[in-house]
Design a protein around this ligand. Structure first.
Ligand SMILES: Nc1ncnc2c1ncn2[C@@H]1O[C@H](COP(=O)(O)OP(=O)(O)O)[C@@H](O)[C@H]1O
Ligand SMILES: [Mg+2]
Length: 356
């Protein structure tokens, strides 16, 4: 019966491949669903979506450059707020994604613990701030994953140079080449020998990042000493967590993970946020302070996955579920296809629940 078929529109971004995990998930899912990929970056995006009239929009926002991030946010806002479409991940999850300025305002407004963050649009105001702040302080560009746009600034002079560059010609300094802190570079080098096509993709990505000047503002954040970040991953009812270890100054982008048994309080902390905002797909990166309190560094609705699992407990892959107010570990492979299979299942269950 055709009215029982759920129609998905996969909203492609400026990259011509990274929406593909949604396509794979839809193909694998089998019956009961229909899907179409629509390129949100093209001029007929609106007409194409209205024409197809999907039940749910499956999103994959671009995370590389500011103009395309803005494009995705703007067009999705029109589809959700003006046209009443439902999207997965939700609009708010997309708006806080890869937007460190906006995320800091959002966390502050909602009284969620995070490193104190100041955003300046006037050079003089930033310089005034440097007189009274503690060092080190952390400078961040607005968008830019894997630590490429994050700089630990150890003293006032260094910070002053950084601030000036953020307002003048070049924009905030950021790394645009390969991340040499990532570890495993021998293995990655071999990967490119075996897959020469991937090198071109990487180079074109670096070129795009380098061309994206983020200037005219500066974001300075309180420095939080840490040896690792907890990454708490939540997709629907499934909870996972692992540690991201620091190489050099940064945990992000190191791809060095430690699959320690996570403490249950991480899941309580994450669940409160997921429930409060109606979120369904998040990687929440948190710092743990010496007194045990948790601070949110980042929240990402779409995130990379370098291993086939997001958590090991006693060496076994699986997930935590809250059952009768108790967190229960269930062994299994829940993170196939970069966790998109679980995302799609969550989106379908949600749709069915809302349309019962
Ligand atoms: N406020 C901070 N204090 C100390 N270190 C930080 C702070 N913010 C980020 N870092 C370090 O820099 C890394 C990258 O920063 P992050 O904000 O996660 O940016 P991204 O992952 O988008 O590159 C983090 O993994 C962390 O190790
Ligand atoms: Mg990070």
């Amino acid at each position: 019966m055709s009215q029982n078929i759920i129609r998905f529109a996969i909203l492609q971004n400026e990259s011509n491949s990274d929406y593909y995990h949604w396509v794979d998930a839809c193909k694998k899912f089998g019956g009961g669903i229909q899907y179409k990929t629509i390129d949100l970056t093209k001029s007929k995006w609106f007409e194409e979506i209205i024409d197809y009239s999907p039940d749910i929009l499956l999103t994959k926002p671009g995370g590389l450059t500011a103009p395309f991030k803005q494009l995705y946010d703007e067009r999705l806002m029109i589809l959700v707020k003006e046209m009443g479409f439902k999207c997965f991940p939700t609009l708010d999850e997309i708006l806080i994604y890869e937007n460190k300025r906006y995320l800091s305002y959002w966390l502050k407004a909602n009284k969620i613990p995070h490193p104190e963050t100041n955003v300046f649009y006037f050079l003089e105001e930033a310089i005034e701030f440097l007189k009274s702040t503690n060092y080190p302080v952390v400078g961040k560009v607005n968008i830019g994953a894997s630590g490429s746009g994050v700089k630990i600034l150890y003293n006032k002079n260094e910070t002053l140079d950084y601030v000036k560059q953020s307002f003048y010609s070049k924009g905030s300094p950021r790394r645009w080449g390969p991340n040499l802190d990532k570890g495993n570079w021998l293995k990655r080098g071999l990967h490119y020998v075996l897959h020469p096509g991937d090198i071109e993709k990487k180079i074109s990505k670096y070129r795009t990042i380098r061309a994206d000047k983020q200037k005219g503002f500066v974001l300075l954040q309180e420095y939080i000493p840490h040896d690792f970040e907890w990454r708490i991953v939540v997709i629907g009812d499934s909870y996972f967590a692992h540690k991201k270890l620091k190489i050099g100054e940064k945990a992000s982008g190191s791809l060095l993970k430690k699959y320690d048994n996570p403490s249950i309080r991480l899941f309580d902390f994450a669940k409160e946020i997921m429930d409060r905002f109606g979120f369904f797909s998040q990687a929440i990166d948190v710092f743990e302070k010496n007194d045990g309190s948790l601070l949110i560094n980042e929240m990402q609705c779409i995130f990379g996955q370098s291993d086939p699992y997001q958590m090991l407990v006693e060496g076994r892959p699986g997930r935590y579920l809250l059952e009768n107010s108790k967190w229960i570990f269930e062994e299994g492979n829940f993170n196939t296809n970069q966790s998109y299979d679980l995302r799609l299942k969550t989106a379908i269950d949600l749709y069915k629940k809302n349309n019962e």
